[in-house]
Design a protein. Structure first.
Length: 368
């Protein structure tokens, strides 16, 4: 599968090109940079504008084989000399580069959302050109993304408190298809933000499935929860490391039933034993052989739950299921954090909860 290059790599290549053309006075359309991963990036330079005091140019972001809302956009760098004899690189954000408004991110509140690794890449590549031309002064680099204000609404940035544009990011310089690391890094950022804001309890959910249920029953907007996707185990590990005292995992039965079997990555390609786990709970609740077989043949947990209702054992089954869920969640946390859980169905409402799940949810609602 094809790799791509991050916004940080594009910004660094554009900055290197703009500085070269500013100091050397020669137009050049291909520049090579080395990414932190060791992979070289031969960047094609577009939209070159040369004036007496500044040079502006752009690099088009190359995506990988996965969907990417920033694929194909132009990342611009404008270079200009600051006559201060300091031989340094000054980096600022321009149009379409977001501003940090919440703590817990890579950059401080009020700063341009250009992360530390891209800043380092920009500085190193610009300094390389400055040394080539014996430039004694500083070079000001302004990074901009004209499409950034529009694209940001399709990213996680608004949730993270980055406004008015996208982030210039990347730790390796390349984008790998199906990157689990990128998803887990996003979870880590959201958890860290909540911790920096003083929270000791965090609400976790695989997604917004069940948004109406949580809003109507508890007055809780599930969109405020940290989204863990399928990575329940990794999310627990991060929350423990950050020092959270309590966690409530809230989600649909289709995902969270798997936790009752000790499954901490709920993606279907990792494991799918939903019906087996519901059937096991039914057996323990003395369900008939016919009901157990119907559960095993069900195409969804919603359908399987209907068979539990017909047998009159739904409450008993989910008492057992929640006991197993609680066991495995607390086993993962190793006693370092209290974890509660709430499982619901869009059709049937609340199916099961651990002892203190509701009280913690209501306490968090009261804080808002």
């Amino acid at each position: 599968m094809k790799n791509g290059f991050t916004t940080g790599s594009c910004a660094a290549a554009a900055a290197k090109a703009a500085t070269y053309m500013l100091l050397g006075g020669n137009r050049k359309e291909i520049f090579k940079i080395d990414t932190p991963s060791g992979v070289s990036f031969d960047a094609h330079i577009e939209d070159i504008k040369i004036s007496e005091d500044h040079v502006s140019c752009a690099v088009r972001k190359e995506s990988c084989d996965d969907p990417d809302v920033t694929a194909g956009i132009l990342i611009y760098a404008k270079a200009g000399i600051v006559k201060d004899k300091k031989h340094s690189v000054i980096i600022k954000g321009g149009e379409g580069v977001g501003t940090v408004t919440r703590p817990g991110l890579d950059q401080e509140v009020g700063s341009a959302a250009i992360n530390s690794v891209p800043r380092k890449m920009i500085s190193e590549n610009v300094l390389e050109i400055m040394d080539m031309f014996d430039c004694p002064d500083s070079v000001m680099i302004e990074i901009s993304v004209p499409e950034g204000k529009e694209i940001v609404q399709k990213t996680f940035n608004p949730r993270l408190g980055i406004i008015d544009g996208i982030s210039i990011i990347g730790t390796s310089g390349i984008i790998e298809p199906m990157s689990t690391k990128a998803l887990i890094d996003t979870i880590r950022v959201e958890l860290n933000q909540q911790r920096c804001e003083g929270r000791d309890t965090v609400i976790i959910s695989p997604g917004n499935y069940g948004l109406d249920f949580m809003r109507q029953r508890y007055g809780y907007d599930l969109d405020r929860a940290v989204k863990c996707s399928n990575y329940i185990g990794d999310t627990i590990d991060i929350a423990v490391k950050l020092g959270f005292e309590k966690m409530v995992l809230v989600g649909h039965v289709g995902k969270l039933i798997k936790v009752s079997g000790g499954i901490m990555n709920t993606h279907s390609r990792e494991a799918d034993c939903r019906m087996e786990l519901m059937a096991e709970a039914a057996v323990r609740s003395n369900a008939s052989k016919e009901t157990v077989l119907k559960i095993l043949d069900s195409v969804s947990t919603e359908e399987a739950y209907e068979f539990l209702i017909k047998e009159g054992i739904e409450k008993q089954c989910f008492e057992h299921i929640m006991e197993r869920v609680s066991f495995y969640l607390n086993k993962r946390a190793a006693g370092k954090m209290q974890i509660e859980c709430m499982i619901y169905s869009n059709r049937w409402g609340l199916l099961g909860e651990t002892k203190d799940a509701e009280s913690l949810i209501l306490k968090e609602v009261g804080k808002e």
